[in-house]
Design a protein around this ligand. Structure first.
Ligand SMILES: [Zn+2]
Length: 317
């Protein structure tokens, strides 16, 4: 019944209000519509069924020849007894193959061997066909690796598949080499490399002068004894202070500048963004706190990153 409902749901739009006859070998389905007790699932099925003019009729499995064939997989199996084109090619190529010639010679001489000959083909341990060197091996490798039913298995899987039916010397090496050079496999290879970490964007400040980015423009032409500019830019309003300083300004000096030019106007900040090294920042903070006469713990966060905003402002200068 599930199959009938599935078909109606999928292809129902082709049927519309036409009369449809469903043939089934399940006799109970015939009475589905008149069944007094239904489970909740069956009730839903009946609702779907009610949308169409479906007539369910019974046909015994024996009479339903088409269905019978389709459901009996083994009956479709074709047994081919003649020589295939593939076998013919292998047989012909084996005549020029040194290994095959030697094995054949051994068999003819009655020497003990894992090989036996059958219709001109060399078989290893009864069930594995010997494949001579050449393009036939490539065809088989392709079949056991690229085929739609095998779907680019690894070297191990490809070797296992090959070993089921075929034999040649160093078969495993051939499989490994083939898989290694398979373009599709190369393209779909997963990287063992550690993934790059996620970018950590800076938090967006909620108000003016909460978060400031600090940068230095150095090696400028000297002017009134200064040759550098300390840029303090508010990340919220983009307002900036340009404070003249010197290239070799100490952290204490920088702390003083911050105190007189930023703190005086805007008070204490929540964080400072800078691309300066942590040593500089820690010294800078210590100098700043000393200046403020505070013995509080340093709880202003520091981002050792730069967001490019100060650099953009610097360009204006
Ligand atoms: Zn592949």
């Amino acid at each position: 019944m599930w199959a009938v409902i599935h078909c109606l749901k999928t292809w129902g739009h082709y049927i519309g209000s036409k009369d449809v006859v469903v043939w089934t070998d399940n006799v109970t389905l015939k009475y589905f519509a008149t069944q007094p007790k239904l489970s909740s699932k069956q009730v839903r099925w009946r609702d779907t069924l009610a949308l169409f003019n479906v007539d369910i009729r019974h046909k015994t499995g024996k009479d339903n020849v088409v269905l019978h064939v389709l459901s009996q997989k083994h009956q479709l199996k074709v047994v081919y007894v003649g020589e295939t084109k593939f076998q013919k090619e292998i047989r012909l190529a084996s005549r020029q193959d040194a290994f095959a010639m030697e094995a054949r010679q051994n068999i003819q001489n009655g020497a003990k061997s894992h090989f036996h000959l059958q219709n001109g083909l060399l078989w290893y341990k009864q069930k594995r066909l010997y494949v001579p060197e050449g393009k036939m091996r490539d065809t088989i490798l392709k079949e056991c690796h690229d085929g739609p039913l095998v779907g680019h298995g690894g070297a191990k899987r490809t070797t296992t598949l090959l070993k089921k039916s075929y034999y040649w010397l160093n078969l495993k090496d051939s499989a490994e080499e083939y898989v290694k050079t398979c373009l599709t496999c190369q393209q779909n290879q997963t990287l063992n490399k550690k993934q790059a970490g996620l970018l950590q964007p800076l938090p967006i400040p909620e108000g003016p002068w909460e978060s400031v980015s600090m940068d230095f423009m150095v090696s400028l032409p000297p002017s009134r004894g200064f040759d550098a500019i300390m840029v303090m830019m508010d990340r919220f309003s983009k307002m900036a202070h340009f404070i003249p300083t010197k290239d070799e300004a100490t952290t204490q000096e920088t702390g003083r500048l911050f105190f007189t030019h930023v703190f005086k106007h805007h008070g204490l900040l929540k964080d400072i963004v800078s691309d300066r090294d942590p040593k500089f920042t820690s010294k800078f903070w210590r100098a700043l706190w000393k200046r403020m006469g505070s013995k509080l713990k340093m709880n202003i966060s520091f981002h050792p990153q730069t967001d490019g905003q100060t650099e953009r402002v610097n360009l204006v200068i």
